[in-house]
Ligand binder design. Structure first.
Ligand code: 5GP
Length: 134
């Protein structure tokens, strides 16, 4: 079981940003910018391009909805999307609010946001996501 499957199952806590029956979104614990969110399929697959076409398409559409919620909660120029997967072997899309190109530099020092800020960040994204779903 991957660490992200444990998060989805609620065995490890996370700051939830969005969820549906197939996908789960939560804050990256070491964010590049406030609002940095990970989108994962509940179905455990290591490499994103091993997902079948329908699931990859659905994951991208789900990520689009999460990106819209991030942008509403944290106004930014655009929300960037990246896939690395070198650390955690459970397919995930990074969504990062961008003000400049450097916000997406994975080599820079990560932010350490206090728990109350993380909780508030996730709550704002979740609220925007759920409002949009109505
Ligand atoms: P990647 O696999 O895309 O190279 O990096 C994995 C990402 O997952 C990193 O940005 C890292 O901060 C994040 N991450 C790793 N473990 C956890 C965790 O237990 N909880 C959360 N919320 N994020 C994690």
């Amino acid at each position: 079981m991957t660490i992200f499957s444990k998060i989805i199952a609620g065995e490890i806590p996370s700051y939830k940003c969005a969820e549906d029956d197939k996908f789960y979104a939560f804050l990256d614990i070491n964010p590049l910018a406030q609002g940095h969110t990970l989108v994962v399929p509940k179905h455990e697959v290591d490499y994103i391009f091993d997902l079948d076409d329908a699931e990859l398409a659905a994951m991208t559409v789900f990520a689009k909805r999460v990106a819209k919620a991030i942008k509403q909660a944290f106004p930014c120029r655009k929300v960037g999307m990246a896939v690395l997967g070198l650390e955690v072997n459970h397919a995930h899309i990074h969504l990062i609010p961008l003000q400049s190109e450097g916000d997406m530099d994975f080599r820079k020092d990560k932010l350490k946001l206090p728990a109350d800020v993380m909780a508030d960040t996730a709550a704002r994204i979740l609220e925007a996501f759920e409002k949009d779903a109505l």
